[in-house]
Every structure is written in C-alpha cells, then in structure tokens.
Design a binder for this molecule. Structure first.
Ligand SMILES: Cc1cc2nc3c(=O)[nH]c(=O)nc-3n(C[C@H](O)[C@H](O)[C@H](O)COP(=O)(O)OP(=O)(O)OC[C@H]3O[C@@H](n4cnc5c(N)ncnc54)[C@H](O)[C@@H]3O)c2cc1C
Length: 481
C-alpha cells in the first residue's frame, strides 16, 4: 500500500515482505470482486495474478449475460448466489457506469417436445423467485421477434435477463479495490505453498514466479487453475475439465434483427446455443460446449463455427447474411459436480472458490460476500464493521449510453475527446489517454481494447492498429499529459 492509502499495482520486481492478512490467487471477475469486498474491512489484502491484466482468463470471453438464475437448480449454492449476485451487480453497475441493458430473454421452443418442457421451466423460474416469467404462444413470440426463423411454437419469456459489459466489470472491482488499499501483483504465478501454522499465527509462504509472498489467509480464485492450487494445499476433491465455448460476433448492422436474448430449451450439457445482442451493439451467436483436456485451448475451430452457423440459421436466418466481426472462445471451469466448489478449510486458513462455470460474472459480488463470511468463520478478524468505499466511475463502453465522441460539452472542455482514433468503434484519443493513465492500466493492446473498444470493430485494427499501437508505445509520456 502507498502512503496515500492506495494499493500498489506491480508487474515486475520483488514483492512486499510484510505479511498480508489475505491473499487472493486470481484476478478474474471472482477474485477482483473478492478483493473489492475485502477492501471494505481493515485488512492488508493482495491479489496475485499470473497474467499481465485483470480479467484476462475466462472472464474476458463469455456471453456477457447478467442472468436472473431462473433456470438454476433450486436450492443449490449457485442458484442462491446467482440470484443475489444479479441484484448486487445490477445496483453496482448503475452506480459506477458498467453498461447493462435489460433486454429480457425468450426461451424458444422449436418442436413439440421443447414446447412441452416450457411449463416445468416456468414452474422452476417461479421456485427460483422469478414470478414475472410467462409463457408465450407462437403468435406472441413472432410479434416480439419478427426476424425469428419459421417453426417457433412458443416461448418462455424472462423479462429480467440482461446484457452487461464483461470487461468493465472486473476492472471496476479491481480499480475500486486498489484505490481502497489492495495490492495487485500481476505477472505473478503461484507455484507452491509453504503452509503456515494457524495455532501460532505463522503465515503461509506463497512461492510465486516473482518471489515469495507471506499471508495469513489464502483464497484460491484461480478459475481453470483452481484444482491445481487446491492440490498445492493437499486437497484432491475436484478436477477442472475445461468446457470450451466458441462464439461468433456479428457486425453492428445485424443489431436490428434481434430484440431479446434468444435462448434454446436447455439440455444436460448446458444452456445451449443462443443469439444475443451485446452492449457494444453487435450480435453474438454461440457458445459451443466441448469438454477438452487442454486448459489453453481457446482457439476456434472450423467445425465448431460451422455447427454454430447451422444452429443460428434456424434461430435467426437473416443473421447468417451479415458480416462476421470476430470469433472467440472461452473455457468454462467445469468440474465433476454441478454446483460451485466453494470450500472453507479453517485449519489451513484457506478457502477454495472453484467450479465457477457458466454464471460467475453474474454471481461474482455474491460469491465475494459469501467467501468473506467463510473467511470470518475460519478465524479472520475483519476488524469491525465494513466501510463504504469511495465510488468509482468507469468509462462507458456501451452503445446505448452517451460515448465521449457524442458529448459536445466534453469535447469543448477537452478536444482530445473529439479526436477519433478507432473509427469503427468511435474511440477517441482522450479515452485511450485516460485508459493508459488509469489505476489499473493495460499491459497490452488487448487490455487497451477491453478498456476502450479500440481495435475491436469491423476492421479489427486494420485501419487504426498502427495509430493505437503508437499511442500505446508512448503510454508513459501520454499518461502524464
Ligand atoms: C463461453 C462462456 C460463456 C459464459 N457466459 C456467461 C454469462 O453469460 N454470464 C455469466 O455470468 N457467466 C458466464 N460465463 C462464466 C463466467 O465467464 C465465469 O464463471 C467467470 O469468468 C469465472 O471467473 P473466475 O474469476 O472464477 O475465473 P477466471 O476469469 O478464469 O480468473 C481466474 C484467474 O486466475 C489466474 N490464475 C490461475 N492460476 C493461477 C496461479 N497459479 N497463480 C496466479 N494466478 C492464477 C488466471 O490467470 C485467471 O486470470 C461464461 C463462460 C464461458 C466460458
């Protein structure tokens, strides 16, 4: 922590020698939410993250839906935390400017069997507390979604389902955590744990790629690596099997084709292939669900994309005529269990937060509050009541909210907000400068894209790439302007 109470963001060099009260392994959306929650207490907190940025793992590559949890298994931990997390994140997003659009979802039945399954899904939604869900007949479905393919027999409407910016969310958490005193150590992979002694208070020694860190309490929020970290502490209770989800991003001209999140009736393998708008104004088609054994396999395959196009052609045939802006894939941290793998080990002053498969973005803030309670149960002295954190305001990346290039008063005060660099996504020099000078600054061009949308449009950086790179390469100079 600095003298002004702000935490450190480090990317290289040795680590502080003073022991932390709590260290979180992993700066995905879950680890970042936890860091923010812990920052509300009088604690010395660190996050160690193996990559060079926040939200660089599964958290950067999902379908970006703020779920209601209408279809979760009633009574499961996931159902509870998704429902609570949706409430918390909706309020937090409004407070700090994370774009959210409450577009609602339609769960579309394409055959008699699926149609017959809708009433029980409605009943399940009710048991999960979503009484506003309703059944629609074929004519009502078509009236709501005029571009839907032929053959839709009916749907379950879930009005509360929303789309959200998945990139701003972990960044907002991390920014607020660091400004409130949490240290964030990037490029810092945990490789082994020398366990301390709870009886005499000896801290654990975490061996990392940047040297040792000492900590009294440890939280494993390592996503795909959560089973590996768990084994470092002697536990063999679950194995992460990466479940790949490939997605296609369609051009913004496709946005008018779809009004809701269009979901299929779920199968045992997951929620199935959906069509959904994004807060950036694109349309997503995906994801696939492929169980793999390689935790690095985030590539797209011709077979996977062809399968998506086949399914998309039935749901929204005109979508297939639109240009593709990008493809990507994310890996869900699936385990042999259907529920989250959150376990407290009081004797080790250790909490595992694993198996956060397909709902972790939504549930992140509720997971953070739950895990903080578990740490207290493990003996962590929270040092009194929690405090309100100074609010943060994040740059708006949402297409349905005013962007800097549209704000005359902002441009009059600072002409840099009128100087477009990325024309596809309308990103200005002012926004790039701000991102480079931000509390958790990007360490790469991809990180800059997640903070500004620069190079994320239909040309994918073909036209603006050199200009964006030049600004990025001059970041130390720009950050002082
Ligand atoms: C295709 C797809 C679609 C999805 N759609 C949605 C959705 O619409 N809505 C929703 O709510 N959720 C969705 N999810 C789920 C959501 O993205 C995840 O649940 C969430 O991102 C998990 O966050 P995390 O912080 O647990 O993991 P991660 O984001 O993977 O973060 C874990 C971090 O730990 C770090 N790490 C690992 N090992 C170590 C180590 N030894 N030392 C230091 N650091 C380490 C990693 O580098 C990584 O940054 C989807 C997931 C996928 C794949």
């Amino acid at each position: 922590m600095n003298q002004d109470g702000t935490g450190l963001v480090t990317r290289s060099g040795s680590l502080p020698s003073e022991p932390y009260d709590v260290t979180v392994v992993g700066a995905g959306v879950v680890g970042a939410a936890l860091a923010r929650e812990l920052a509300r207490y009088r604690l010395r907190v660190a996050v160690v993250e193996s990559s060079d940025d926040v939200g660089e793992g599964t958290s950067k590559a999902n379908t970006a839906i703020l779920h209601t949890g209408f279809d979760a298994v009633p009574g499961s931990l996931e159902a509870r935390l998704v429902r609570e997390g949706q409430r918390l994140l909706s309020a937090y997003a409004a407070e700090c400017g994370i774009p959210v659009e409450r577009v609602g979802a339609l769960l579309v039945a394409w055959d008699e069997e699926q149609l017959a399954a809708l009433p029980s899904l409605l009943e399940k939604a009710g048991r999960n507390g979503h009484d506003e869900a309703a059944l629609l007949d074929a004519a009502e479905v078509r009236a709501r979604e005029p571009h839907l393919g032929p053959g839709a027999l009916g749907a379950l409407e879930v009005p509360g389902e929303s789309i959200i910016c998945p990139w701003t969310t972990p960044l907002a958490f991390a920014t607020q955590a660091v400004r409130s005193g949490v240290d964030l150590h990037l490029n810092c992979r945990l490789t082994a744990v020398g366990q301390g002694d709870a009886a005499d208070g000896t801290p654990h020694t975490l061996r990392t790629s940047r040297g040792d860190v000492r900590t009294r309490y440890l939280v494993n929020a390592a996503g795909l690596g959560a089973d590996t970290v768990d084994r470092m502490l002697g536990h063999d209770t679950f194995t992460v099997t990466p479940r790949r989800g490939q997605l296609i991003v369609f051009d913004k001209l496709a946005r008018d084709l779809v009004r809701h999140i269009l979901l299929p009736v779920p199968t045992a393998l997951g929620k199935g292939v959906l069509v959904a708008p994004t807060v950036y104004g694109n349309v997503l088609l995906g994801p696939t669900a492929e169980d793999l054994d390689d935790k690095q396999a985030t590539g797209s395959t011709a077979e996977g994309l062809a399968g998506l196009r086949e399914k998309g052609a039935r749901i929204l045939p005109e979508l297939l005529d639109e240009d593709v802006t990008a493809v990507y894939a994310g890996l869900r941290a699936a385990t042999e269990d259907d529920d989250y793998q959150i376990h407290a080990r009081p004797g080790q002053r250790y909490v595992t937060v694993g198996g956060i498969r397909s709902t972790g973005l939504t549930a992140s803030m509720a997971i953070a509050a739950y895990v903080t309670g578990l740490l207290a149960d493990c003996g962590l002295d929270l040092g009194g009541e929690s405090r309100e954190l100074a609010p943060v305001t994040m740059p708006n990346l949402g297409e349905n909210f005013p962007r800097p290039y549209q704000r005359a008063e902002l441009i009059a005060a600072d002409p840099e907000y009128g100087a477009l660099v990325c024309h596809c996504e309308r990103v200005t020099r002012g926004e790039i400068r701000d991102a480079l000078a931000s509390t958790v600054a990007p360490g790469s061009l991809d990180g800059l894209r997640r903070r500004t949308r620069a190079r994320g449009g239909r040309c994918q950086g073909f036209y603006c790439g050199a200009a964006v790179r030049e600004l990025f390469d001059r970041r130390d100079w720009l950050a002082t302007r």
